[in-house]
Write a protein that binds this ligand. Structure first.
Ligand code: MSP
Length: 658
């Protein structure tokens, strides 16, 4: 029998900057769902990729002094780029599309032409409010406080000759799709879309641009490039071969698929995308699921706010599986959630180290200690089960179906909550049976002890199967430790208590999830973030000197706080500034400093600085200098950067540094 086909996608990412934990959240979630469907035995196609056209990329490339193609290539394929990140995070995508791929470009031209030929795309002129970072035109009524409703940044008036898509023609059909089917989830997003976009009346959509050129050219009207969202949304079908001969999966029945997207792009995916498909005469997606955002300190992460969380650093410090798990366990998938490092560490310690890790390590250690790593044949059954035996078995055998219901409802957090109920029950079962007490009299209690341990291995095995989509690598290790071979790692066997061989070889291996020392880990994280920031900004620091200076020599240097009374450039010198300083003695002190490259004299008057005041006087360009102002200096992208040391104005002139 042919396997059921399941096609699932993430949004394709803008490679305008490196990806952060928010992007990772969305991709990990989609990967988890894809792996779940593979576990179900379905034939899965999982697509991700990058959305590489548009004005923003064109501008960024210009700033960086490279061509747009070079710019995106670097972020997609370069070190620590998009592909590297997905590899690191163990993302199991079957296909990766780039909108600059030739076959996609060809398909976009085909799609645009087809909609033009059927009358759904027509030429007009566009007047509106344009948000450059979001590449979106807005109507006056859609603006929020006069700014872009998506990103809050200022918009500008724009007018250009453009092609339009007859979105308005599809308003009733889209309303029907949203209101009368379960196409869009969670349901709250339906109300949002209808209230904000359908009820006020759908307007035709501007789908070409002439103001920049980094995009797919409209082949029948050079000078126009296809609007980036038409280009981007179509990736879900061009990657299957729609309109190109690179793939033939579209004809093979892979479409329609499931589109997982973040909440701010639900509008594009639940209104514009289905309308485009209707115009092309193709089926709409099976589902659009709009997940929430990961917030930092209650706000959205963004490079410009400087509050992005780097997934590389977290994965390297805590492990890929721990990070994947945390993202799925902690934040209800449809809602926003507040990210914090403390929460991540707490989740690792509570769920992974204490609950799951302990269950596996205690159980496998006891099988090793009391039975040499192999339980006796027959230990799986017990003639007169105790109530807690039955409770554990019933809870674990029914787990698979409760888990499936949650996963099918796009609620991986609920699926995990079910799994952890069983893990916690199993840990309680250890205490109820006190295996260490049974082990004191092996002759009388040995077979009961073996049965107890078998039940624990079984509970761990079943949970392990269901945790595989979340933590694939760690669950392979778990299976090896509890002795579960491939035959008892299947979806079918997750609902079958007793699937594990009674005499399986059990081995206590490495600790699956070591406990994290919160304080130490936070300090290490801070250092890693700082190191990454410096590496990115190109900051080079002088190596620290290893030669020691004795204390008495050091104490001979007299550092004082000084206040700038006046400051002027020294004539005929490009570098020198002449300072008159109050050093607390009542007599003005003159110091010359070669810092004009970094400071204008008028900006320094009134500042509180630090100087060494017992250097011998020195003549510079005919002026005497009595001391030296203290600065910090480093290199950035090969250039020297200097910062005068400025201290609290409350410190009086003349205060001695010690
Ligand atoms: N290129 C478009 C998508 C085109 S799909 C046809 C785009 N790219 S994006 O890189 O800006 O965002 C990609 C996805 O990452 C979006 O679904 C977005 O919601 C998600 N996230 C970006 N920041 C996020 C958080 N802080 N939290 C959760 N997801 C967020 O949009």
């Amino acid at each position: 029998m042919e396997k059921k086909k399941f096609y699932i996608t993430t949004p394709i990412y803008y490679p305008s900057d490196k990806l952060h934990i928010g992007h990772t959240y969305c991709t990990v979630a989609t990967d988890t769902l894809a792996r779940y469907h593979r576990l179900l035995g379905e034939d899965v196609m999982f697509l991700t990729g990058t959305d590489e056209h548009g004005q923003k990329i064109e501008e960024k490339a210009k700033e960086a002094g490279v061509s747009p193609q070079e710019f995106v290539d670097r972020i997609v394929d370069g070190p620590r780029g998009v592909r590297d990140l997905w590899k690191l995070m163990n993302i199991s995508n079957d296909r990766f599309i780039r909108t600059t791929d030739d076959y996609h470009v060809k398909s976009i031209q085909y799609i645009f032409r087809k909609m033009h030929e059927n009358g759904d795309i027509y030429k007009g002129s566009y007047k509106g409010k344009y948000c450059t970072p979001c590449e979106s035109f807005w109507t006056e009524s859609q603006l929020k406080d006069g700014c872009c409703p998506d990103c809050g940044r200022p918009v500008k008036d724009a007018e250009e000759e453009a092609y339009f898509f007859r979105l308005s023609k599809y308003a009733d059909k889209i309303r029907d799709l949203l209101e009368n089917t379960d196409f869009l989830e969670p349901r709250s997003r339906v109300h949002e879309m209808v209230r904000n976009f359908i009820d006020p009346g759908l307007e035709d959509l501007c789908v070409s641009r002439t103001s920049f050129s980094w995009g797919v050219p409209v082949d029948f009207d050079p000078g126009h490039v296809v609007y980036v969202w038409v280009d981007a949304l179509s990736n879900y079908i061009t990657a299957l071969g729609y309109g190109n001969d690179r793939y033939d999966d579209y004809e093979q029945g892979w479409w329609p698929g499931v589109n997982i997207v973040g909440k701010e792009i639900v509008r594009f995916h639940s209104i514009i995308w289905p309308a485009m498909l209707m115009s092309l005469g193709e089926p709409v997606p099976k589902k659009c699921f709009g997940h929430g955002w990961l917030l930092l300190d209650g706000g959205k992460m963004s490079k410009s706010k400087g509050n992005v969380v780097d997934p590389y650093i977290l994965a390297e410090q805590f492990g890929v599986d721990a990070l994947r798990f945390f993202l799925m366990r902690t934040f209800p998938f449809g809602s926003d959630g507040n990210f914090s490092n403390e929460l991540l560490i707490q989740t690792i310690n509570t769920d992974l180290a204490n609950d799951l890790g302990n269950l596996v390590s205690r159980t496998t250690a006891m099988v090793g200690k009391y039975f040499g790593g192999e339980l006796p044949a027959g230990c799986g059954s017990w003639a007169d089960p105790a109530p807690f035996d039955t409770e554990l078995k019933t809870l674990a055998s029914g787990l698979r179906d409760r888990y499936a219901a949650a996963m099918d409802a796009f609620a991986p957090h609920n699926a995990l909550a079910e799994v952890f109920k069983v893990i916690q029950r199993a840990n309680k079962y250890i205490d109820e049976n006190a295996p260490w007490a049974l082990a004191k009299n092996m002759e009388a209690n040995g077979s009961r002890l073996a049965h107890v341990l078998y039940n624990l291995l079984e509970a761990a095995r079943i949970c392990g199967i269901l945790l595989t989509p979340f933590m694939p690598e760690s669950m392979d290790k778990l299976f090896a430790q509890v002795g579960a071979d491939a035959g008892c790692q299947t979806w079918e066997s997750a609902a079958r208590w007793g699937g594990l061989s009674e005499t399986a070889a059990v081995a206590k291996g490495e600790n699956l999830f070591p406990r994290v020392d919160m304080e130490k880990a936070l300090e290490e994280l801070e250092a890693a973030v700082e190191a990454a920031r410096q590496a990115e900004s190109g900051v080079e620091l002088e190596p620290q000197l290893t030669e020691q200076v004795d204390f008495d020599t050091f104490c001979k240097s007299d550092f004082r706080v000084v206040k700038v009374k006046s400051c002027e450039a020294v004539k005929k010198s490009e570098k020198l500034l002449k300072f008159i300083l109050n050093d607390g003695t009542g007599v003005d002190r003159q110091i010359l400093s070669g810092i004009h490259k970094w400071y204008e004299p008028e900006d320094l008057v009134g500042k509180t600085l630090v100087a060494i005041v017992n250097l011998p006087p020195r003549k510079m360009m005919g002026h005497e200098s009595n001391g030296m102002l203290i600065s910090a200096i480093h290199k950035e992208k090969g250039e020297e950067v200097l910062h005068l040391l400025m201290v609290d104005d409350a410190i009086p002139a003349g205060a001695k540094l010690c």
